[in-house]
Write a protein that binds this ligand. Structure first.
Ligand code: FMN
Length: 251
C-alpha cells in the first residue's frame, strides 16, 4: 500500500459559520486521528461563494467543463483531489441548502463531460471516494434524514462509497438539532452546557468523521489488487490514477 497520506475534504453547506461548521470541525478532527490520514484537512464552505444553478446548456458534454465560471471550478478540483469527503449541512426546507445543490448538480454533469473520452458509450467513472454526511436542523424530525438521504444518493451517483458513523447515534449519517434555537452558535453552546441531544450530535459527527476516513484507507489498500485487475476497465481509471504508486498515477 502507498505510504502517502490520504486527504480528507470537509464541505460545509451553510451560508454562515454556524452549527454545521462546528460539527464539520469535530468530524475532521476525528478523521485526522485515523492512521494514514494527512493532518490539516482541507475545509471548504459554500459561504460567500458564487455557485450559480445549472442552466442545462449541455455544453459541459462537449467542453468537459461547466460553461458557468464562478467558484464551482475550485470546489470541483478540491472534490476531485480528495480521497474522502465529509459534508456537513444545515437542513433547509427538509433538504440541503440551494448553494450546495447547485454545486452538486453541476459536479455530476460536468465530470461526465470531462471523462466521457474514457468510454465508448455514455458512462460516469466510479470515483470511489468515501463520503460521510452530517445534517443539522433546528427542530427534531424535521428533515435530517431526508437531507442525509440526498447526500447518500449523491455519493452513489458519483460512484463513491457512502459511509455512516456508529449506531446508535448515526444510522445513516451524523445528525443534530438545536432545540428550537436558531443561533449559529447554539449547538456549540449546548455542548458546553452538556445537553444530551447536543452531545449526541457531536458524537455522531465524530463517528462519521472517523469511519469515513477509515473507509478511505481501506479502499486505498484495496486499490493495490484492483490496480492490476482493472487496468483495462476505464470505469476505475480516474480512481486508479489517483492512487500513488499505480501506473499512470497523477500523484
Ligand atoms: C431557509 C431555511 C430553511 C430551514 N429549514 C429547516 C428545516 O426544514 N428543518 C430544520 O430542522 N431546520 C431548518 N432550518 C434551520 C437550520 O437548519 C438550523 O438553524 C441549522 O442549525 C442551521 O445551521 P448553520 O448554523 O450551520 O447555518 C432552516 C433554516 C433556514 C435559514
Amino acid at each position: 500500500m502507498s505510504e502517502e497520506a490520504l486527504g480528507v475534504l470537509g464541505i460545509c453547506g451553510s451560508p454562515r459559520a454556524g452549527n454545521s461548521l462546528f460539527l464539520l470541525g469535530e468530524a475532521l478532527a476525528a478523521a485526522e486521528t485515523v492512521p494514514g490520514i494527512a493532518e490539516g484537512s482541507k475545509s471548504l464552505s459554500v459561504r460567500g461563494k458564487k455557485l450559480a444553478p445549472c442552466i442545462a446548456c449541455g455544453r459541459c458534454y462537449e467542453r468537459g467543463d461547466c460553461c458557468l465560471e464562478d467558484d464551482f471550478q475550485g470546489m470541483r478540483d478540491a472534490w476531485l483531489e480528495a480521497d474522502a469527503i465529509i459534508y456537513s449541512v444545515p437542513v433547509y426546507h427538509m433538504s440541503m441548502p440551494g448553494q450546495l445543490k447547485c454545486f452538486i448538480d453541476r459536479l455530476g454533469n460536468s465530470l461526465f463531460g470531462k471523462y466521457r473520452h474514457l468510454f465508448s458509450e455514455d458512462k460516469l467513472p466510479k470515483f470511489l471516494k468515501a463520503i460521510g454526511s452530517i445534517a443539522q436542523g433546528i427542530h427534531l424530525h424535521s428533515g435530517q434524514e431526508h437531507t442525509l438521504t440526498d447526500l447518500i444518493n449523491h455519493a452513489l451517483l458519483m460512484g463513491c462509497i457512502p459511509v455512516t458513523g456508529d449506531l446508535w447515534q448515526s444510522y445513516i449519517g451524523g445528525a443534530g438539532w438545536t432545540s428550537n434555537d436558531g443561533e449559529g452558535t447554539a449547538l456549540e453552546r449546548q455542548c458546553q452546557e452538556r445537553l444530551p441531544d447536543a452531545l449526541l450530535a457531536l458524537q455522531s459527527a465524530r463517528s462519521v468523521g472517523r469511519r469515513t476516513a477509515e473507509m478511505a484507507v481501506l479502499v486505498r489498500a484495496g486499490a493495490q489488487g484492483l490496480g492490476r485487475a482493472a487496468q483495462g476497465d476505464p470505469i476505475y481509471r480516474v480512481f486508479i490514477d489517483s492512487v500513488p504508486g499505480n501506473p499512470g498515477s497523477r500523484r
